[in-house]
Design a protein. Sequence first.
Length: 608
Amino acid sequence: MESITDFEPEYKQLTWQYEKLAQTYKKQSKLISRKMIQSGWMRVLVFVLLFAAPIYLYPLHTWLAIASFTGLCFAFFLLIRRFNKLKKKKNELLSLISLNQQEVQAQLGDWSSFCSGEHFINPHHHYSHDLDLFGTGSFFQYINRTTTLKGEEELQARLCSPETDTEIIKENQSVIKELAEKLIFRQHFYAKGRSLNETQEDINKIKTFESYHPLLINKGKSFKLLITVLPVFCLLSIGLTFIGVPSAVPVTLFLLNITFASAYSKKVSIINAQFTSLSNILNKFALLISLIDQEEFKSKTLLANKERLKNQSRSASQEISQLSSFMKHFDQRKGMITGPLLNGFLLWDFIYVLKIEKWLNKYSNNIKEWLRIVYEIDALNSMAGFVYNHPDYTFPNPDNKIILKVSNIGHPLINRQERVCNDFDFDKSIFTLITGANMSGKSTFLRTVGLNMILARCGMTVCATDMTFTPMQMITNMRTTDSLIKHESYFFAELKRLKFIIDHLKEGIPIFIILDEILKGTNSKDKTYGSLELIKNLLSLNATGMIATHDLELGILEKETKGKIINQCFEVENIGNELKFDYKLHKGITQNHNASFLMKQMGIIAAN
């Protein structure tokens, strides 16, 4: 693992900034903790006075005792509310502390604390498995700072289906560049989002908003009048008992309300099950939308999203917060004692079912779009964090005239102190054949080019000092595996993958292809012939890309294709009976080999 003293100045400053933020939030957290302790002692004092004061004051004056009891109850309620706010604030600060500590560790080379996206691994995807996008130590884990379930899926989708339109890529660059500069916004978005993790069940419940079938909102005026008047009569009758109205009246009205509510209890329970436990999740989304709403943006996409979150006189965050409040109150019906009391006195079920239905009738078509914006910004924040964490990376230039021209390209996940960067240019060719000895860097270079082209299409910066490229779809074949379940050999699995590539090329879609040691599962003579014919077929279908191979005979294709294919290689030298790799890309076909030398060194075969 790297140490901070080994860092370049810009990375030292970045790491120190994260450490400073962690220390700042720790100080704030300690201050909040002291306030929580003070608030706790205040609650104890008020709780004691709650009983002591009325007892002391009652002999003096009855109404004074009642007033003191009422006032202290209100004070106790306010103290509980204040404590809960302080607790939420502290939890947010703890998330911020943890995030900044994790960012420091990521700068030092350990990003294992972030979600790996292992559940997104798909060996059949066009390139994600070959480029190590998901899983332990993956690029997804490296950049993932999402705080919502769907935001995580949005980030995965952007990495697996990046743009090919140059104008969209440029707009995404401006969005990500702007968010990269908003460190505090991104970190608070993360911290507030981490207050509660939603589940897929929660998301599915929210989806049902659009298809919800109302129970009460379509009822006639007489029904709505009845559920309004009955609680009023019940409460009024209780007050009137003090001036002589028989107690049987409020009792009768109470039982009438209970009976009325019971007639709809099964249907209401189904509705409650549909919305239960969503209050906190919706409040989380309201907080995230509020953050977006309060932030100043400049790029077209972010401004447009912010505009969509406006809703006449109230913002989307206020509307969702209101729905959250409705659902929180609606959940009170589940109490064994509070439920019957609330329905008996207030027809609680009807009040809140009607409130929720009115809300859904008005906003059910909006909430999907509101949440989409939250998920989108959640994913973009992760991508912007990657840009911010790499101040020496550069935004590439999408250009439909140049396949790929790049200076000092390297792999983002390789330690900065060990990374070897290369220049690369297709020039007038459309395919590059890369040869080299074992462990010389061929496969790493293929992944370096592939990953950086995906980053470029996503609108992120690339690990290079300069890059111009043509955005096009990508398909790789680097990690084919056999399947015992499907009774498929390695060779047949590889043929299926190659057929998959050919079929896509026949559709006429521009595709950048990356192949690593094709036709490994057959004999050398058959492999050479098959590889030659495959490459010729790829050229006839206007394919573009790179192939790494140990088959040096394929080098004749540069001359045969009149420069459509160029030869590049990685070399190795045997100096003092020790192999030296420079991991630098050279022109031509490799001249050196190392397999037998390594086997002799390891004692696998006898030394001469």
